[in-house]
Design a binder for this molecule. Structure first.
Ligand SMILES: Nc1ncnc2c1ncn2[C@@H]1O[C@H](COP(=O)(O)OP(=O)(O)O)[C@@H](O)[C@H]1O
Ligand SMILES: N[C@@H](CCC(=O)OP(=O)(O)O)C(=O)O
Length: 382
């Protein structure tokens, strides 16, 4: 083992030790036995024990699990085929089996699981994105393990990820993970596919994803149950990197794969650029076009400067017609822009609750809503 490799392995372990939130993606080839008949249950229980240990160390975990299509093919007796309708039918048949296996494995660790099936729409449309994020937040707060997969059965050819690598990067972005772990049948990126080229060299640490790195990454082998190969893993790492999340590509086949990683097993680490919180705030302040404005009073200006959320009580006026989840300018009564943030309410709702204390929101709207009109996590001082 080269000195370089040891350095990067320690980095993978260090990244995991320092992380607050981790998204773990598990490829089909790990979960399913050779014939696609059943889940590798004993192995999955050891992964469940590792996830439980990470949670015991204070980390919040979201899982992205592949396997529905391979399991569904086994269940329906279908052969591997590029036809989308057959994949969709297989996913529909395999998903309940996949979740039952997760439920079983996590029950042994005393952790309830929860299924989320997402499409590209859910990660690209801001409103649905915020809703999915809110659901995951509640599940994490309640101590459940969210298990995400693509909703293959309803996705269309144009509107589907088709691989869970990129979906997992979007999920990592959504929940602001510090680390994305892609568990695969290979212990990282090599200079060529090691299954075809025994002289390929392992890359322990990648600082930037350039054309050279992309050139190394090949597709998946035709015979296996995996899709995408290293190409989609590097595409995922590119997304994760840009939102301040480091990516670890590691071998997951043996028992207790996450414990092994924490103990220094070989992997490829792709460095993050900045932090998840920084990237999120940069996105709000620098990328989104504001769809309206909230004019706030002196007390609210002081509260925001003190790191608080914006409550309806401090809002004097609402400008523009907007949907929930859009970016708003927050302006003082002298016209100075104080902050930008994502609105928890539509413009009509904001008009109805402006100036009112949070306890009276339900009375004004006729239904309950968040106490904050812009939560401090979604707010950037300008
Ligand atoms: N440069 C490379 N380094 C490592 N593996 C590679 C490379 N290029 C292609 N691969 C292939 O990618 C496969 C892993 O991807 P995939 O089969 O999609 O697995 P998963 O089910 O974990 O997503 C490896 O088994 C390997 O054959
Ligand atoms: N959504 C699909 C997984 C697609 C996918 O990316 O598979 P894999 O390359 O094994 O992670 C399924 O559940 O089978």
């Amino acid at each position: 083992m080269s000195a370089d490799t040891t350095f990067a392995n320690q980095d993978a372990a260090r990244l995991i030790a320092a992380a607050r939130r981790i998204t773990v993606k598990i490829g089909s080839s790990l979960l399913i036995d050779g014939g696609g008949e059943d889940v590798r249950r004993a192995w999955l229980r050891t992964l469940g024990a590792d996830l439980s240990a990470l949670r015991g160390a204070g980390k919040q975990i979201v899982v992205v699990s592949s396997g529905a299509v391979a399991l569904g093919r086994g269940k329906l007796g279908l052969k591997k085929s590029p036809r989308l309708d057959l994949k969709q039918a297989a996913a529909a048949a395999g998903q309940p089996r996949l979740m039952a296996a997760w439920d079983d494995a996590m029950a042994a660790a005393g952790i309830p699981t929860a299924q989320l099936l997402l499409t590209v729409d859910d990660t690209e449309s801001r409103r649905r994105w915020l809703n999915a994020r809110a659901t995951i937040e509640v599940l994490l707060a309640e101590g459940a393990l969210p298990v995400v997969n693509e909703n293959d059965s309803v996705a269309t050819e144009e509107l589907r990820y088709g691989d869970n690598d990129r979906l997992s990067a979007r999920v990592a972005q959504m929940v602001r993970s510090d680390v994305l772990i892609l568990l695969s049948d290979v212990d990282g990126l090599y200079t060529a596919d090691p299954a075809r080229n025994p002289a390929a060299e392992h890359l322990p640490w990648i600082e930037e994803i350039d054309a050279r790195i992309e050139g190394f990454a090949g597709g998946a082998g035709a015979a296996g149950v995996g899709t995408g190969g290293m190409r989609t893993k590097i595409a995922a790492a590119r997304i994760a990197r840009s939102v301040g999340c480091a990516t670890i590509i590691a071998k997951g086949h043996d028992q207790h794969p996450l414990r092994a990683l924490g103990d220094g097993a070989r992997a490829t680490v792709i460095a993050a650029c900045g932090s998840p919180a920084g990237a999120y705030k940069q996105w709000i302040a620098g990328t989104l076009t504001p769809a309206g404005a909230l004019i706030i009073d002196e007390g609210a200006v002081r509260a925001l400067a003190g790191g608080k959320s914006l409550l309806p009580a401090g809002v004097r006026a609402v400008q523009g017609a907007f949907e929930r989840g859009v970016c708003l300018r927050v302006v003082d009564e002298g016209g100075r822009e104080i902050a930008r943030g994502l609105s928890a309410y539509t413009s009509a709702e904001a008009q109805a609750i402006k100036g009112c204390v949070s306890a009276r929101i339900a009375e004004r709207l006729g239904y309950a809503g968040p106490d904050e009109i812009i939560h401090r996590d979604d707010l950037v001082l300008m």
